[in-house]
Design a protein around this ligand. Structure first.
Ligand code: ME8
Length: 628
């Protein structure tokens, strides 16, 4: 094998529940990997998990686990999902593996030895209770910690810095000389403007938490999570451990990432590499952002459209097809059941399904299941169809090379409709009635060969279904997209029903809004991530200008009071709640309601619109007691 193709997904934060945004990146890379493999390239497809950082450390402590215990449990979820989604990755890297640490150390030491990493002082806004530094933008004008809402102070700590400023010009030069480096183009301009405004040296170590890769010979410092995480693309293929493998695959052909992390991949990462004298990846492709029925993916929506549940409901290939067909790769998209069902019914059950049924039905009916031999001579109609097929396939190839997945699929669907049209126009049933066997043979041999090409072209997107189609045609997957009547004279098998129409469009219900049966299930690990504690309400007042909100001061036995904003004002007056013991979700991320930072949530039964009943705990339950 001569050419290599190395495609990577970002490595997923292990503190996240996998959702369709994650599935999107991974399916796109899988489609690219399968396409290039089928075209005969030596493909390396990498995915994995990003497991270090303060958030994991905190979540683990809250669960009474070690960070690695927590990470190892959560990693399984990603790995299981990739199996369910037919992802064909060649490797899965965890940033907690030794091979990764070895490579990160190698990169750090080289940059430090040559003077591109130096020890300096990092100044930032510091939250003492949270032991975290925040940037100016994160603390905002009110100078409050974005995690706990308490005031922050300006502090300095020692930190290792990477001389990123030195590489601004070389990076701009590279971007100019390699227009393919940042895709799509609109994103490139955004990055160019950012780099042109100047780059500052980057702080790449922290001393305020422990869960990370230690700086070599200075174990007070833990490496900044992006320096650690980005290196995965090299450490997975042997950087620092297996030079031969590294040489085989590096530079990566493409890193596929969401647009939110493009800057890390096209500014930080390439400057690290330039400094180390390592070639840059050929391309970083930023895809768009998915919303669900017009809304940002909240936790409750994420669960409602859990990819594994969608696969169970509609089949893996329908979901893969939808994600790749619905939105041009690079633009934002909206997931809705209506759009999904629309695609399943019209593109899969109707267009593709009809072609399959027709061809299989007629070959069994008229030729006992044997695909007729290649015609001795064909008419102009076939010649035109064959040349249109070649044209579409050449467009498909170019789209696939450029990651224009939706356009590639559109070309395949144009083929499907031209073969459907060919059947309608040639009326094989009339040819049969009229005893025109030779013409009938030509039509069916032509459609069978077209179908073989279509199934090879859909394989990267819908591997399972495409293989079943090829099997029914008596063929094997071989990636040949040239029209050559190679399917003729084979014995067909009955075509399985691959895509059925969906009659009822399911409703996406956010948690708490749906029927009990439709509430998505969570596993025990997910449940354990929720910290519910007993809290005593020691202060309560109405939120000015709000009819629904109360501002509560709640004692959770932490030696300080938490402010919690609760939407129960239409059911309780402040006096009803004073000195009452309630259940509190204690590890919710703080959220601002009417300008007030709320640090948790009171559990209450929703009895009607805006009506709630709070289950009170007895006086004996001490603030801070765990509720399970
Ligand atoms: O960013 N729509 O991990 P992550 C589309 N660990 N894509 C989405 C999405 C959405 N709604 N939500 C997330 C990280 N993604 C880092 C990466 S790489 C060295 C380190 C995409 O789990 C997101 O854009 O938060 C990113 O590409 C990927 O999912 C992982 O996100």
């Amino acid at each position: 094998m001569s050419q290599t193709y190395y495609v990577t997904t970002p490595i997923y934060y292990v503190n996240d529940v996998p959702h369709i945004g994650h599935a999107y990146t991974t399916v796109a890379c899988d489609v690219a990997a399968r396409y290039h493999r089928l075209a005969g390239k030596d493909v390396m497809f990498l995915t994995g998990t990003d497991e270090h950082g303060m958030k994991i450390e905190r979540a683990a402590t809250a669960n009474g686990q070690t960070p690695i215990e927590l990470a190892s449990r959560v990693v399984k979820r990603f790995q299981e999902l990739w199996q369910v989604m037919d992802i064909s990755h060649d490797d899965f890297i965890r940033t907690t593996e030794d091979r990764h640490k070895a490579g990160v150390h190698k990169l750090f030491c080289q940059l430090k030895d040559q003077g591109d990493i130096y020890l300096g002082e990092y100044e930032g806004w510091y939250c003492t209770p949270c032991e975290s530094f925040w940037t100016e933008t994160q603390v905002g004008e009110s100078c409050l910690c974005p995690d706990c809402g308490r005031p922050v102070e300006k502090l300095k700590e020692q930190s290792y810095f990477f001389r990123m400023s030195k590489y601004a010009q070389p990076l701009l030069e590279h971007i100019r000389q390699h227009p393919e480096f940042i895709q799509p183009e609109s994103r490139r301009n955004e990055i160019v403007r950012f780099v042109e405004s100047g780059l500052r040296d980057l702080s790449i170590s922290r001393t305020t938490f422990d869960w990370g890769i230690k700086v070599p010979d200075d174990s007070d410092h833990v490496l900044y999570v992006w320096f650690d995480a980005l290196s995965n693309y090299m450490t997975a293929i042997g950087y620092g451990t297996d030079e031969e493998k590294f040489q085989r695959y590096w530079p990566a052909s493409v890193h596929v990432v969401g647009k939110d992390i493009l800057r890390f991949h096209t500014v930080y990462w390439p400057t690290f590499l330039m400094a180390a004298g390592i070639e840059l990846p050929r391309q970083v492709f930023a895809h768009g952002w998915w919303t669900v029925e017009g809304k940002k993916m909240s936790k409750s929506l994420m669960n409602a459209v859990d990819p594994a549940t969608l696969v169970e409901q509609f089949g893996v290939d329908a979901i893969r097809y939808f994600l790749m067909r619905e939105v041009p790769f690079g633009l934002d998209g909206d997931f809705s059941m209506q759009a999904l069902v629309g695609r399943i019914n019209s593109d899969l059950a109707n267009d593709l399904g009809n072609l399959l049924n027709r061809i299989s039905g007629m070959i069994f009916r008229y030729f006992d299941g044997t695909i007729p031999p290649a015609p001795a001579s064909s008419t102009q109609r076939e010649a035109q169809l064959i040349s249109a097929t070649a044209e579409r396939i050449s467009g498909y190839r170019s789209d696939m090379e450029h990651m224009a997945f939706n356009r590639a699929l559109m070309k395949v669907w144009e083929l499907i409709s031209s073969y459907n049209k060919y059947i309608v126009e040639t009326e094989p049933w009339t040819l049969h009635k009229a005893g025109k066997t030779e013409e009938l043979q030509t039509v069916l041999a032509t459609v069978a060969e077209g179908m073989r090409i279509i199934a090879n072209a859909t394989w990267p997107f819908m591997p399972g279904s495409s293989e079943r189609i090829l099997q029914a045609l008596g063929c094997e997957l071989e990636g040949n997209l040239e029209f050559d009547y190679s399917a003729s004279s084979r014995t067909m098998q009955q075509m399985p029903v691959l895509f059925s129409r969906v009659e009822d469009i399911p409703v996406i219900a956010e948690e708490g809004e749906g029927e009990e049966e439709s509430t998505p299930r969570i596993d025990f690990d997910t449940f354990l991530q929720v910290s519910i504690k007993a809290g005593r309400i020691v202060g309560c007042q109405k939120v000015p200008k709000s009819s629904k909100l109360l501002k509560l001061e709640v004692d959770l036995g932490e030696g300080r009071l938490r402010t919690i904003v609760s939407g129960i004002a239409q059911s309780y007056s402040p006096e009803d709640l004073l000195d009452k013991n309630v259940s509190v979700i204690a590890n919710l991320k703080p959220a601002k309601l009417m300008g007030i930072e709320s640090e948790g949530m009171i559990l209450a039964a929703k009895t009607a619109k805006n009506r709630f009943e709070v289950p009170f705990l007895s006086e004996q339950v001490k603030p801070g007691t765990d509720i399970r």
